[in-house]
Design a protein around this ligand. Structure first.
Ligand code: BES
Ligand code: ZN
Length: 880
């Protein structure tokens, strides 16, 4: 049982383990009512530990201890102490073998940590601290051991038995049972252990590595999903090739396996040689997965594969170093996705997530550094800060060093630390040693929480031909941190002349061949840069490519933003100028009179985007997306969500009415009858026509409605079918909405991944996702409280995307979420703690909302037997 008083764990209290485990021998007897786990550990005292004669302490959680033996001799209950969450043996020799037998009940495991059942199969999830739910073990990543695993089960129910490494033995047992033995030659922390047993079909392929070795690639899925593996398999092969070419990293085992399971807390897990995926993050067919899903699958397959080096071969010393593997690996998978598609579009997507969600986290009660100094429950620290900000920090190193030095640095890091459990500091030191650069101030990015704010001002001196740019940085206070030091910030800039030309950036008078873009390195609280030879006031293009995860304030006029939208040579900043303009227009309408005018130049610029087919259509598709409600809230103080929602909708409708004919033309121009392809161009076409459709239905356009139905029924792919369904669901025609939803359901009722999309399109919609309808979805036969994907697709989509309904002024949305969090806390605390996030942002909102959010949080806080997971989140967000 978990202790009731959650304790705080501190980085400063890190101690090397007193004992090391060199080898683990596991035998699993799997039965219908439970599993018996026989574990034999080869243990020795850690020579680096100063704790002489320390007791042996093994972690355990929800285990029934059956027996303990030391060097073959059974121990009696007085020789050890079973503390529930620890098995302690007071005195042990320098070196010994410890054998422990435990009984566990995977069928009753609703937390989905450790060994559990998902649609009739056994599977595991051990990161971060799930291995202790399987057997007693020093469950910390700096204890690395070689694993040998024998799995025994009924042969007809569980013909496939998998674990890490290579299968070295198999055979028949009595009573229709069989066994397979797996051996993993690479020492690993127990969080990378995996086991799967089930009735699965196998899809095979091979990959020849750069050194000419043939790797067996295998995917294991339920028989009904056999036709949904190709995209993941192709993505895997592309990832393997890319990691060889870009990082010089070759795969190391002879087999690489991927398993798809329906019940999974996260997206996917990088267990050595045996990656386990949430079905929704790996299975795809043209008919059931949208373009976004195809791209997400490619990225996640790559991400988990890349962990084989950044995470498995070189792992984390402790969980404070989580970003060492996650931030770096997100950076790597972003680079990969950029190389596979459109780099500008990928950058826009990453920055959108960062600015909308990570900035909000960094400004909220759970704000923490990329390398946190403390935590209560580590599962709560798989955050946007660890992942996305962590990736930005690596990306800044990449930009400061340049690609070649960065590669030298990563080579040195992998070589120096292969087989070790290390820290983010070791990573930075490898980058320093390889490049000769001093990153000491840069390290503050790992230590200080909060998003730096850059206030930029400028001056133009006509007489001297001088343009002066002054940049001040400050980092806001965050819980437990104030008076922060200035950080080392790479700030990419360009200057545009009045005809849109890129001006040379001359920092020293007389300098020849000055570049048109520079990365200014900010290290002080304030810097002034003087650009020479400037004959007229330029328009600055700031923070190009989003060169650092910061907020930039500069008093752009709408005229300047329109100018940058069409002239900035940096595609990212063209998009960003459009976003800033749209934000400005929407913000000016929040709370304004109903008939207040919408900026006519916004309409003109959107018309240009829609009609000029010479523009990069992938970028246009992105530029047409108005800033989300979530982003507008993030930018606001005392947010009044319904007012923001109305202002945004007003702009959308105004654009749709003004550009009605252009939208119909855009729809028709982008309609295609050829074969379905997943190229950036084809994705852009589908995005453009579905945006056109959505806008037309917002204004109840009769022709749009016909087009939507025709597309809905005639589509040969899920992107178009879902695009049309979403447009119909969000229209005012209630009958059409119900008809389309019903047709869709009947067509796909057998496919859980599609039904999840069907749930979320309703829960996220203002029209279809009001509370009574949400309750009806929860009662739907396809809904299942035990399945995290279903919970996310209804409760998560409602609270995270249907913002006007969630922030209903009577507080009913908050009460609803609090109730569902309490209900889930008993069965799956990890999911409950993630789901509560929207409530923790209460300080962002107008006072009336704030109070109701706080009250809802207090109800969660007061629930009896609250898990450590939810306890930490709720207490921190209610604290001052
Ligand atoms: N190691 C994580 C999975 C994980 C996270 C396990 C938290 C246990 C607790 C995995 O590599 C990961 O990061 N998965 C992401 C997807 C990825 C593409 C960012 C996920 O599951 O969301
Ligand atoms: Zn990861």
């Amino acid at each position: 049982m978990r202790s009731n008083q959650p304790q705080t764990i501190y980085l400063s209290e890190y101690k090397v383990p007193a004992y090391l485990v060199d080898h683990v021998d596991l035998r699993f007897e799997l039965f219908e009512d439970g599993a018996r786990v026989h574990s034999t550990l080869s243990v020795r005292r850690n020579p680096e530990s100063s704790e002489d004669g320390a007791p042996l302490e093994l972690d355990g959680d929800s285990l029934k201890l059956e027996s303990v033996a030391l060097d073959g001799a059974g121990l009696s209950a007085s020789d050890y102490e079973d503390r529930g969450d620890q098995l302690v043996i007071a005195s042990v020799p320098e070196q010994f073998e410890l054998s422990v037998v435990t009984w566990i009940e995977p069928r009753n495991n609703t937390r989905l940590e450790g060994l559990y059942m998902s649609s009739g199969m056994f599977c595991t999830q051990c990161e971060a601290e799930g291995f202790r739910c399987i057997t007693f073990f020093p469950d910390r990543p700096d204890v690395m051991a070689r694993f040998r695993t024998r799995i025994e089960a009924d042969k007809s129910s569980y013909p496939v038995l998998l674990s890490n490494g290579n299968d070295v033995d198999r055979g028949e047992l009595d009573d229709g049972r069989h066994f397979v033995t797996w051996e993993d030659p690479f020492p690993k922390p127990c969080y990378l252990f995996a086991l799967v047993a089930g009735d699965l079909v196998e899809k095979r392929d091979t990959f020849r590595t750069c050194s000419g070795r043939d790797i067996d690639l295998r995917m294991y899925v339920e028989p009904r999903n056999a036709e949904k593996c190709d995209h993941a398999m192709d993505s895997l092969k592309r990832s393997m090739r890319w990691d060889e070419e870009v990082y010089g990293r070759e795969y190391d085992l002879d087999i690489f396996m991927i398993v798809a399971v329906d019940d999974f807390n996260m997206g996917a897990m990088e267990n050595k040689g045996l990656n386990i995926f949430n079905s929704s993050c790996v299975l795809a067919s043209q008919d059931t997965a949208t373009d976004a899903a195809f791209q997400r699958i490619e990225a996640i397959v790559a991400h988990e594969y890349f962990h084989n080096w950044s995470g498995n071969r070189v792992t984390c010393r402790d969980w404070f170093q989580l970003s060492l593997k996650e931030g770096f690996t997100v950076f790597r998978d972003s680079q990969f996705s950029a190389d596979m598609g459109s780099p500008t579009v990928k950058r826009i997507e990453d920055v959108t997530l960062l600015r909308t969600a990570q900035f909000a986290e960094d400004a909220g009660p759970m704000a923490h550094p990329v390398r946190p100094a403390s935590y209560m429950e580590i599962s709560n620290f798989y955050t946007l800060t660890i992942y996305e900000k962590g990736a930005e920090v690596v990306s800044m190193i990449h930009n400061l060093l340049g690609p070649e030095m960065f590669r030298k640095g990563s080579d040195l890091y992998f070589e120096r630390h292969d087989g070790q459990a290390v820290t983010t500091d070791d990573f930075v030191r490898a980058m320093e040693d390889a490049s000769g650069r001093d990153l000491s101030q840069f390290r503050l990015w790992y230590e200080q929480a909060g998003t730096p704010v850059l206030n930029v001002s400028d001056e133009f001196d006509q007489e001297r031909g001088l343009y002066r740019l002054t940049i001040e940085q400050h980092i806001p206070d965050t819980p437990g941190q104030s008076n922060k030091k200035p950080q080392h910030i790479p700030f990419a800039v360009g200057l545009l002349g009045s005809r849109g030309e890129a001006l040379p950036l001359i920092l020293e008078a007389g300098e020849e061949h000055a570049p048109a873009e520079r990365v200014l390195e900010l290290t002080e609280a304030s810097h002034t840069f003087e650009f020479h030879g400037i004959s007229e006031r330029p328009v600055p293009s700031l923070l190009r490519h989003f060169s650092a995860p910061v907020r930039v304030n500069y008093p752009w006029s709408r005229e300047q933003l329109l100018f940058l939208m069409s002239h900035d040579p940096d595609g990212f900043n063209r998009w960003d100028a459009g976003q800033r303009l749209a934000v400005d227009v929407i913000q000016s309408l929040v709370g304004a009179a109903k008939d207040a005018a919408v900026e006519p130049r916004l309409v003109t610029s959107y018309r240009h985007l829609i009609c000029d087919s010479s523009l990069d259509q992938a970028l246009v598709a992105k530029m047409l997306q108005l800033p989300s409600e979530a982003y507008l809230i993030e930018l606001a103080d005392n947010a009044d969500v319904p007012a923001i929602h109305r202002a945004r909708e007003r702009v959308l409708k105004h654009l749709a009415i003004s550009l009605r004919d252009e939208l119909v033309a855009c729809y028709r121009r982008n309609f295609e009858s050829g074969d379905y392809e997943i190229t950036p161009e084809a994705i852009a076409r589908r995005s453009l026509r579905n945006t056109a459709l959505a806008w037309l239905l917002m204004i109840n356009d009769e022709e749009g409605r016909e087009l939507a139905f025709r597309q809905f029924r005639g589509a040969d792919n899920m992107t178009d079918r879902m695009g049309a369904l979403r447009a119909l669901v969000n229209s005012d025609y209630g009958e059409d909405r119900n008809l389309a939803l019903e047709e869709f359901y009947q067509q796909f009722r057998e496919d859980p991944q599609v039904i999840e999309q069907w749930f979320s399109v309703q829960a996220a919609s203002e029209r279809a996702g009001q509370l009574p309808q949400i309750h009806a979805l929860l009662e739907h036969p396809a809904f299942d409280w035990k399945n995290p994907n279903k919970v996310r697709s209804v409760v998560g989509a409602f609270a995270g995307q249907n913002l006007a309904a969630f922030h209903s002024p009577d507080g009913s949305g908050y009460d609803f979420l609090a109730e569902q969090v309490c209900r889930l806390d008993d069965s799956n605390p990890q999911i409950a703690a993630r789901l509560v996030t929207p409530l923790t942002r209460w300080r962002k909102f107008a006072p009336a909302y704030r109070q109701r959010m706080q009250a809802a949080l207090e109800r969660v806080r007061d629930k009896a037997g609250l898990s450590r997971d939810v306890y930490e989140v709720v207490h921190k967000s209610l604290a001052d």
